[in-house]
Write a protein of this length. Structure first.
Length: 744
């Protein structure tokens, strides 16, 4: 057996490929008004309040933001394939792409009103509905639009449109809710179902006869004659449903207060399933049972056609991040405040070097951590808290009555805070904040940043030219030679230091003007006496290799970024911005390789880090097992190594052990069985009931090699399959079974 992980770590300088990676694309204020999955891996999401379009390449575990803070917020979406899509939204806005939103062509016409939904029946012919009862038609893939005769008034809010072919289509709306039908390609519309005080928000038509509409509480309406008549069916939910997804006979709708409803018989009967308590606005399901649920402030995922859901992305604070601090290569925090550009005051925390961040409580303006995990934070009106464990927990206290913009912890109960403008200066405590002494009182000044070389020598700077030094642990402060203002100060040792535009080689006694740093540098830091980085307000980052004498462009600006602070963390630059955005760029691979984490959902294993993966079973590499999710192929010990997008290779994950009772035995499903096993040409599958069942065959590399549909049992042809071990996934109604068979 060959040794596991015979891989060489890619180390060294990565400047040629360094780029910004947004690691907090989903916020507490996110509302996903539209979702679409092209496959189990590729999908798109529309985040209306953030004005964003997101893309995933790994089934919703990681998201890349393709558009942000659009002038007119997006609302509805239609996707043709993994490259071509169209999004519509406020003020008649239309966003089109042919390269998965890498580039976007945008237009708007305020006279159209707010587009809520869009649907295309082929590559060119499509329709869009507005919040004022209008239907527009396009024959050129959304480049231009023509008003149709919907027959609806301005109070009718159109939420969904679906066409079965170029002539026959339906729409649903709220506000005097109705279902209307067109038989002439959307030129004219006639009422199909109508009634007072009703709401229809989404629908699915299987064919010209059978269709289902959801929206209003308590009932679903269903037709089997093309909309000539409708049956009201109990939905088992007293809450409005916003969105509907269908795969075969399985329907999943989602709505208010965490409610979802699910049908396995094409809408004849429904079961309510509670999924959290937040509002669900959109849902998408693939033929294999993978799905995404767009919940306010989070995205959730299913592997069993909506029977169960798990949060994959919990939104982080939508805040104006002002400071970031790390205690080591893994654990750090970023703090933000509530003002324009952010709606919440919050603290974010990471334990994997900035790859993932979680909400860690209320925020403020300043924060600092020591290598031992001690630290403190502060905010407006003297808000203050401290920690002993990297803000895994916080201890509340009281600070001086100022806007605390920066903090520093020296340990043993000693903390310093700086701020202003009113009562500005520096304050010091030696009893963990029980009492404070104003140690720098120079009138109404502002202190923006603090930096201590050791427990005695420290520096303070302000954006309006306030610059000071202490040599006694902050008890007294002396003004430094006059310099321009600065948001940032950094010292590598007792002699070498830098601010926004100046450098010193004698501990601050004299300063030399530097040229080449961004005009509004928010953070400056050095990895050694020669190599340093300066990050500007727009995230433009420059680098020096001669101690700050000369600088060169290193990383580009970020659109719509307003940087508050940045830090260098074990080979990467972490930048904290407005709207709770945290970006990360690799400069070099980390000194200690990252250890990925495996999560399990049934027989599907996924890794929590973006990039490409190599899976191992019992120390042997799985051929072509390079996706971030893997369907287990047999019992044993699974591990994974991830190559991040930078080329840095992780350490192996901890083993994940899978125990099986043997071939041909259904896992956690009592009645399902298959035979013969091993098989040569024909395989008989009996799910143990008479319901329609989706059958998916997955090979040893995790690839889908065949899909079938049986009713109550059936035989499938496996003669063309190569010899080897296969997983058979059965999805039918409330049941999901996983079985294995050997092809000889």
């Amino acid at each position: 057996m060959k040794p596991l992980f015979a891989l060489a770590l890619f180390v060294g300088h990565l400047s040629a490929s360094a780029q910004w990676d947004l690691v907090t694309p989903i916020k507490t204020r996110s509302e996903f008004t539209a979702l679409h999955m092209v496959s189990d891996a590729v999908g798109f999401a529309v985040d209306r309040p953030m004005g964003a379009i997101l893309r995933t390449s790994d089934g919703g575990f990681h998201w890349e933001r393709m558009m942000n803070n659009s002038t007119n917020n997006p609302i509805g979406m239609h996707v043709w394939d993994d490259q071509r899509a169209i999004v519509v939204g406020e003020s008649g806005s239309v966003y089109r792409t042919t390269d998965a939103f890498t580039t976007i062509t945008g237009t708007s016409n305020v006279l159209f009103g707010h587009f809520n939904c869009v649907f295309f029946v082929n590559d060119t012919l499509g329709w869009a509905g507005t919040g004022a009862g209008r239907v527009y038609r396009s024959t050129d893939a959304g480049a231009t639009w023509t008003l149709m005769d919907s027959g609806l008034g301005a109070s009718n809010d159109i939420h969904a449109i679906q066409f079965l072919d170029t002539q026959t289509g339906y729409l649903t709306c709220a506000g005097g809710g109705t279902v209307r039908k067109s038989t002439d390609g959307g030129l004219t519309w006639q009422e199909s179902w109508g009634g007072a005080n009703t709401t229809f928000l989404d629908m699915h038509f299987y064919d010209e006869s059978t269709g289902v509409c959801v929206g209003l509480p308590n009932i679903v309406v269903r037709t089997t004659d093309g909309g000539l008549s409708w049956d009201s069916i109990p939905s088992n939910s007293t809450y409005i449903m916003n969105s509907l997804a269908a795969q075969g006979d399985t329907l999943v709708a989602c709505g208010w207060w965490g409610r979802t409803i699910r049908s396995t018989d094409a809408g004849l009967t429904w079961t309510e399933i509670q999924v959290g308590s937040s509002e669900h606005r959109s849902v998408a399901i693939t033929p294999n049972g993978a799905g995404l649920l767009g919940t306010d402030g989070r995205i959730q995922r299913t592997n069993d056609m909506g029977l169960t859901w798990a949060v994959t992305n919990d939104g982080t604070w939508h805040t104006r991040l002002n400071k970031v601090s790390f205690m080591d290569a893994d654990t750090g925090v970023a703090i933000g405040w509530a003002t324009m550009g952010g709606f919440e005051a919050g603290l974010l925390r990471t334990t994997d070097g900035g790859r993932h961040w979680e909400k860690a409580g209320g925020g403020g303006l300043g924060v600092h951590l020591t290598p031992a995990g001690e630290g403190c934070l502060g905010g407006s009106n003297g808000a203050f808290a401290r920690t002993l464990n990297g803000f895994n927990e916080r201890i509340l206290g009281n600070g001086p009555l100022i806007a605390i913009r920066c903090t520093w912890t020296l340990g043993a109960g000693t903390h310093l805070v700086g701020g202003g403008y009113v009562n500005g200066g520096i304050y010091r405590t030696t009893n963990n904040g029980q009492t404070w002494t104003r140690v720098l009182d120079a009138g109404n000044i502002t202190i923006s940043d603090l930096w201590f070389v050791n427990d005695q020598q420290g520096y303070a700077v302000g954006e309006y030219g306030d610059n000071y030094r202490t040599l006694d642990g902050g008890l007294t402060w002396q003004p430094l030679p006059a310099m321009s203002g600065s948001h940032t100060v950094f010292f590598l040792n007792e002699q070498l230091g830098w601010t926004q535009n100046h450098r010193t080689t004698d501990g601050g006694g004299t300063w030399t003007v530097m040229g080449g740093t961004p005009q509004n540098t928010m953070s400056i830091f050095f990895t050694d006496a020669d190599t340093g980085y300066a990050v500007g307000y727009t995230a433009q980052t420059v680098r020096t290799v001669d101690g700050g004498i000369t600088w060169e462009n290193f990383l580009p600006e970020i659109l719509n970024a307003s940087v508050g602070d940045a830090a260098f963390v074990d080979g990467s630059i972490v930048v904290a911005c407005n709207n709770g955005d945290i970006f990360r760029a690799f400069v070099s691979c980390p000194a200690q390789a990252m250890v990925p984490t495996i999560t399990a959902d049934g027989d599907v294993l996924c890794v929590n880090t973006a990039g490409s993966a190599q899976w191992y079973l019992d120390s042997e590499p799985i051929a072509d097992g390079d996706s971030l999710c893997l369907t287990t192929i047999g019992p044993g010990s699974y591990q994974v190594v991830v190559t991040e997008t930078t080329g840095c290779v992780s350490a192996p994950s901890a083993p994940h052990v899978v125990i099986s009772t043997g071939l041909g035995v259904a896992e956690a499903q009592g009645a399902a069985r298959l035979y013969p096993n091993p098989a040569n040409d024909r395989l008989r599958i009996e799910p143990g009931h008479m319901l329609p069942t989706n059958v998916v065959l997955v090979d040893a590399q995790g690839r889908i090699v065949r899909e079938d549909r049986i009713n109550g049992g059936g035989t499938i042809d496996v003669s063309a399959l190569p010899a080897g071990l296969y997983v058979v996934r059965l999805v039918s109604g409330q049941e999901v079974a996983g079985l294995r068979f050997l092809k000889e």
